[in-house]
Ligand binder design. Structure first.
Ligand code: KIV
Length: 270
């Protein structure tokens, strides 16, 4: 049976997140607009404006064509709806290919939105970018394991941490990002032994997605967890409601009533 936990009324800061490691699991979810950010605010500690919006809301096959303009617009909307949750801006593919480009992109994010941090995909090979950002007062959430922005280069979405060599490599990634100043790390699509090893090695929190139950927190894409995204459902997604069915049933009800001249009745008429 699940426990009923209180709403998160206080403004969540980077130090709130740091202090939660080993004390209380961190909850994070994606949001892409003010309407849903307002619904999710106070229910979770962190909201990620993920580039997954390019798939679930823009209808593309992967996240790679998401742009800075698109991410800025959606992050502004989310920040208009969220008052307590810590909002993280997902840096789109191609926006952090060099130190200079990463600083320009992240500076634009801080200047044009109220997001408190940016997220970057990549392990040890990208630690120098994370370091340059954190040295320039930009908070960074790392992202290792299965990295959706690597899908074309990797030839698909591949679960990581299946053998000791890969677990060791993931732990090295996490250590490099911690040293570079990341405040937390998303660990996606890895075997639970790997995420446990990472979580036990580093002092900053790990936020898992498809990474088992040993991480310091969890993140899900909201349209997946509420059953709105039907193209595919990964094994790790628990559906907390059947959104697509409920929307279709509601819409069918509306259509039936309009066509049957039941809606609008007197009660809905001036
Ligand atoms: O874009 C996104 O929603 C993400 C999550 C899957 C962590 O990066």
């Amino acid at each position: 049976m699940s426990i009923h936990t209180p709403k998160i009324e206080k403004k969540v800061t980077l130090s709130t997140i740091a202090q939660m490691k080993g004390v209380e699991p961190i909850t994070m979810v994606t949001a892409y607009d003010a309407l849903f950010a307002q619904l999710f605010d106070k229910e979770v500690e962190m909201i990620l404006v993920g580039d997954s919006l390019n798939m679930s809301f823009f209808g593309k096959e992967d996240t790679l064509s998401a742009t800075m303009d698109q991410m800025i617009y959606h992050t502004q909307a989310v920040c208009n709806g969220a008052s307590s949750a810590l909002v993280v801006f997902d840096m789109p593919f191609g926006s952090y290919t060099s130190v200079q480009k990463a600083i320009e992109s992240a500076t634009r994010c801080y200047q044009e939105t109220q997001a408190q941090a940016v997220k970057i995909e990549g392990g040890k090979e990208r630690a120098y970018i994370v370091e340059a950002l954190t040295q320039n007062s930009i908070a960074v959430l790392g992202h290792i394991g299965l990295m959706p922005q690597y899908v074309r280069a990797d030839g698909g979405y591949k679960v990581r941490g299946k053998d000791q060599a890969d677990i060791d490599s993931l732990v090295e990634d996490a250590i490099a990002l911690e040293k570079a100043g990341a405040f937390a790390i998303v660990v996606e699509g890895v075997k639970s032994e790997a995420s446990k090893a990472i979580t036990e090695t580093i002092r900053i929190p790990t936020i898992g997605i498809g990474a088992g139950n040993a991480t310091d927190g969890q993140v899900l894409v909201w349209s997946d967890m509420f059953g709105f995204f039907e193209a595919f459902t990964p094994k790790f997604v628990k559906q907390y409601m059947d959104g697509a069915t409920q929307i279709r049933e509601g819409m069918q009800h509306y259509r039936d009533e309009v066509k049957g001249r039941e809606f609008p009745s007197e009660a809905y008429t001036y």
